[in-house]
Write a protein that binds this ligand. Sequence first.
Ligand code: MN
Length: 282
Amino acid sequence: MKLCWFNDRRLGLVQDGGIVDITSLFSQLPAAADPFSMSDYLIENLEIIKAGVAQLDAGQSITPLEAVTLLSPVLRPSKIIGAPVNYHDHISEAKNATAVFKQYEGGIEDQGLFLKASSSLVGAGEGIEIHFPNRPTHHEIELAVIIGKPGKNIPREQAFDYVAGYAIALDMTLRGNEDRSFRKSIDTYSVLGPWLTTADEIPTPQALDFSLEVNGELRQRSNSSDMIMKIDQQIAWASTIYTLYPGDVIMTGTSAGVGPVYPGDIIIAKMQHMGEMTVKVR
Ligand code: MN
C-alpha cells in the first residue's frame, strides 16, 4: 500500500497513477491517547488505516498525481536519523574530494549517527529552497526507513518487525565546516516521498535499485546492497542510543555522485518498488 499526504493535509491512497482521497479514514481514528506523544499520529495508527482501505468500495474517484501537491508522508517524526559514509563507492568519492568532505575521519561506526531537525522535512511537491546561494548545496539520495512501533535496544534479528515502510529521501547538505546538524537541518533540506510504501510491498529492502538525475543528467545510481552498515544493524544500533517512535525516519546513507543543485534545477529521484518523485529547487 502506498499512502501520501497531499494539498492542505489530505490523506491519499496511491493507485492506478492517481490518488484516492481517504481523509475520512483518518478523521475516524480514535483520539490520541496521549496528546503529547512522541509518535506520528498516522504511522502509529497505520494498521487501522490499512484495515479501512481494505473495506473501501470499488470505483472511488481518482485524482491525477500531476494535479496534487505531495507533502511528506510522515508529518511529525520525533527525529530524522542520518547515517554518514555508508556506501562503499561514496567513501572512495569522499576520500578523493576536496577538504570539505574530509572534516570527519573514519567509517560510520567511528563517526556515529547524526540527527536532522524534523522541521526541515518537506514533501516532493514542496521543493527545496537553497539557503546559502554562494555555497554548494549537494543532493544525497537515500533509502528512508520509517519506524512503525516504539523500540529501545531492538535486537538486530527483530529489526524489520519495527519498520512500517519505506520512502525515497533527499538528505540535502550544505557543504562547509559547520556541524552536520547545522548544515543538514535547514528548512526544506530533508525531502521525503513521493509517498510511504508499506513494508509488505518491499520484500528486499537491502537490494533496491535507485537513481537521481538533475535536469535530465544522471548523477547518482546505485543499489542498497552497497550499504556498509545494513538496515537491520542501523535500526538496532540507533535504538541503543535513541528510543525509536512510530514515524521516526532513518536516512540510511548515500552513494557516489553527490553534487550541487541551484535554483531552477529539477531533481528526479527513483527507487525500485516505490516509484519516482520530481523535486524543484528554488
Ligand atoms: Mn546523507
